[in-house]
Design a binder for this molecule. Sequence first.
Ligand code: ATP
Length: 298
Amino acid sequence: MNIILYKMGDFRNILMVVNPVSGGEEKDNLITEVRKEVENKNWKFHLYKTDGNNDIQKIKQEVDKVEPERMLVVGGDGTINMVAEALLHKELPIAIFPAGSANGLALNLGIPKDRKEQIKIALGDKFTNLDVLQINNQLCLHLSDIGLNAELIENYETAAIRGKFGYLMQTIPTLIKSKYPYEYEVEIDGKIQNHKGIMLAIANCKKYGTGAKINPEGEHDDGKFEILIFKNLDIPEILGTLREEVKFDSDFAETISTSAAKISCKKPIAFQIDGEFIENTQNIEVKIAAKSLKIAVK
Ligand SMILES: Nc1ncnc2c1ncn2[C@@H]1O[C@H](COP(=O)(O)OP(=O)(O)OP(=O)(O)O)[C@@H](O)[C@H]1O
């Protein structure tokens, strides 16, 4: 007979949220491996698979039912955002198993690609406290932008070809159709600045999921975010963002660091958050909840 002895205070509930379709990747082996590791620690493993239908509400219900001490998230940036939304105002740590076509947040937090290392981190005790941006009542965990890149994402989402090649294939039609440069009015502490450019990014972290480092000075836990205005389509400078050490020419990009801002545009412009196209919009308000999401890191 197997007898499991629980010490007082040693019992933990772990809730794993898995997006079964993200990244087109099979996840059953990972689930089995994590379940084994969790049960080896005499903790209790619970599983919730998203179904693409009202998942935020369903994750909230699952959290209320299971009362986990930690959440493990298997999916891309969209899945992590859903979990973050469901956990709003709850001080519950999460761990990320990157498994999406875009894994920008995991890349920014230095989550390694090796699944064994990810399991160690997920069940370990080292955390970072991520600033969370609220943009027009939606959460943004790493990067949002309004302008050319969001147009590219909108075109990619409706395209037949997926993956990096599909993204690349959308570049030329997007550039032909785009009506850039755009005019942006940025209001910070009641002061208004006017800017013109191909896109305006709102950055909580340094990099896009593609690896492009557009906000080299950004820190994810400093209580601030950066507004970056990219002034023109300078291909060598854009390719330069793929290098580790980047320093932008002031004719190419301007950076403003702040903890709140309002942005308005003369006409509706494509707007994306963490890689998901949201809508064409004219007005954006950005607030920050400093250090409000606890995430397991290396
Ligand atoms: N079972 C499911 N079936 C279909 N869609 C789902 C399912 N579960 C979650 N989703 C959707 O997956 C999206 C999030 O995917 P995520 O960003 O994590 O991965 P991804 O592979 O990078 O996705 P994409 O490339 O489509 O953005 C959300 O829009 C969510 O509604």
